[in-house]
Design a protein. Structure first.
Length: 285
């Protein structure tokens, strides 16, 4: 299950697939089968319904279904459990990588300010899509802004995994009461820079996912002492940096909205809004 802005053909899970290349598992990417449509910008509830339908269609062919999600995909799976998916449908394990189980501040901040900045919101939307692919005004973003944890289903082994350098899903966003969590340090410069996307390529994460799926239980915590000590310190620091960055962007957006009230500033800002709206349409938004 991919996350926000992903597609079934993006190759995001290629590293994880190699962990299950021994012929004992079939790997199915949600969104590949058009019968079970997954639009990552659509409402989380609708995506969860389609996911339930696909799991129930696939389950009779297998001894177990093991769910691995990334980013917003974790929230979609949470909602699916809340809507009735569970061990009775053949689900054995659910592993959420960088899952925003308690919502996403990066979605809540723009969603909260949009009603007061008028047309400037289209500048914010376009800039956001240029750098990170999210559309802060999409149904999914609005759902993530208010998402809250759901109770773990009985009989399903659940595990949350993150990298300490993940700035997109903060420590608070990933809070998931009742579910064990493992946080790792990055294993490469790329994972240090992009801890969110890097969580799908981390060797430690891939190995832990593989072991959990194979054993259908939470493995012993074999993280080294450095990781256990440093990761809980690094993640809040990274989370706070990104929170301040987003709040700074919000203040800039509000400043643009206020400046637009000035006669001399309105024409150039309106031209920027018009250009961004054209670009948004080009992006299908």
């Amino acid at each position: 299950m991919g996350g926000y802005g992903s597609s079934a053909t993006d190759g995001a899970f290629d590293q994880l697939k190699t962990e299950f290349a021994d012929g004992h598992y079939d790997v199915v990417r949600f969104g590949t089968d058009p019968s079970f449509h997954y639009d990552t910008y659509d409402a989380i509830d609708r995506s969860a319904g389609a996911f339930i339908d696909e799991v129930r269609a696939l389950a009779p062919r297998y001894t177990a279904v093991n769910i691995v999600s990334h980013s917003m995909g974790g929230a979609v799976v949470d909602r699916a459990f809340d809507k009735g998916l569970g061990a009775g449908d053949g689900v054995a394990t659910d592993i959420a990588i960088a899952g925003p189980h308690s919502g996403a501040f990066l979605a809540a901040a723009p969603t909260g300010v949009f009603p007061v900045i008028g047309g400037v919101k289209d500048i914010v939307r376009d800039v956001a899509m240029m750098f990170a692919q999210p559309d802060p005004e999409s149904r999914a973003a609005r759902d993530l802004a208010t998402f809250r944890p759901v109770a773990p289903p009985r009989g399903v082994v659940r595990l949350d995994i993150s990298l300490a350098t993940d700035g997109f899903v903060s420590q608070d966003d990933a809070r998931d009461p009742g579910v064990p969590q493992r946080v790792f340090l990055p294993g490469s410069p790329g994972e240090a820079i992009d801890g969110h996307g890097g969580s799908l390529t981390s060797k430690a994460v891939v190995q832990l996912v593989g072991q959990t799926v194979r054993d259908h239980r939470i493995p012993p915590d074999n993280r080294d002492p450095l990781t256990k000590t440093v990761a809980p310190i690094v993640w809040p620091l990274v989370s706070n940096f990104w929170r301040r960055l987003v709040l700074g962007c919000v203040l800039v957006a509000i400043a643009f909205a206020v400046a637009r009230l000035l006669p001399w500033a309105r024409p150039p800002i309106d031209r920027a809004i018009a250009w961004c709206r054209v670009d948004l349409r080009r992006r299908g938004r």
